[in-house]
Design a protein. Sequence first.
Length: 76
Amino acid sequence: MGYPTKVQLIKRKQSEQWYINFPAAVAQAMEFERGETVEWIIEDKSSLVLRRIKVPLSAVKKKRPESSGSSTASSS
């Protein structure tokens, strides 16, 4: 499912800034953090890729349980 988003332009006397806002559902699904640094990559004229610099650990993946069969008991 796509999320249509408008590109915004703010023109100032000596500069201009372009903005693309993420819908809240996309930002939450990606678990973005405030102030997170990302990188834009131009794939081609129809595809702009956003790449995370630091990828957070997945909340879905769990740590593998340690094997209980390799434990040793000491006898006195």
